[in-house]
Design a protein around this ligand. Sequence first.
Ligand SMILES: Nc1nc2c(ncn2[C@@H]2O[C@H](COP(=O)(O)OP(=O)(O)OP(=O)(O)O)[C@@H](O)[C@H]2O)c(=O)[nH]1
Ligand SMILES: [Mg+2]
Length: 193
Amino acid sequence: MIVKVRDARYAGTIYEKLPRLPQVAFAGRSNVGKSSLINALLNRKSLVKTSKQPGKTKNINFFRVDLVDLPSLYMVDLPGYGYARVPHGMKSAWDGLADRYFRGNGDLKILMVLTDIRRAPGPEELVALNLARASGAKPLIIATKADKLTYSAKVRRVTELAASIGAMLIPASTTTREGIDTIWECIISEISP
Ligand SMILES: Nc1nc2c(ncn2[C@@H]2O[C@H](COP(=O)(O)OP(=O)(O)OP(=O)(O)O)[C@@H](O)[C@H]2O)c(=O)[nH]1
Ligand SMILES: [Mg+2]
């Protein structure tokens, strides 16, 4: 399937104020590649700000995406969780923010839980998975920065990760664009009426 993005733009931080559309949200630790993945999906270099400095995205940012011949949606860039250098208390701030966002949000169709392909998923990833399930969204695990491993190491890691999480997982890279089409297929199958 070919997905053509007609327009993508920043839409604000408060979804109660926005026209209702299906939402696809991106969660994961700071620096895992959430903002980069949204840019790659939209074929835009810097619609969403990315940074080598973790903790850049502190709000929930909504991007309205209009597609050719397919329904519009929001891509939702969630703040990174579990970053070790943030002051104590930040993690519960994330929990509060996420809790408010997930609770009763019937428009959230998919939660992408991003995890670096080189590290084992931790409690934060499991919390995010459970939040998705509780809100009725489909969780999808994305193993980011797949370009950082050789082919054989990648195959091994994907198998290990899928077994330890007990869910389907898509390896992805914004530099090689691996996984981008597969992620779009998942999005389209969830948002199409
Ligand atoms: N090699 C490689 N680097 C990547 C990839 N995706 C993201 N990066 C790099 O990882 C760093 C962090 O990317 P971001 O997209 O800003 O990460 P984020 O999850 O949005 O981080 P926060 O906003 O801090 O939560 C940047 O330097 C990106 O260039 C990838 O697929 N491969
Ligand atoms: Mg970001």
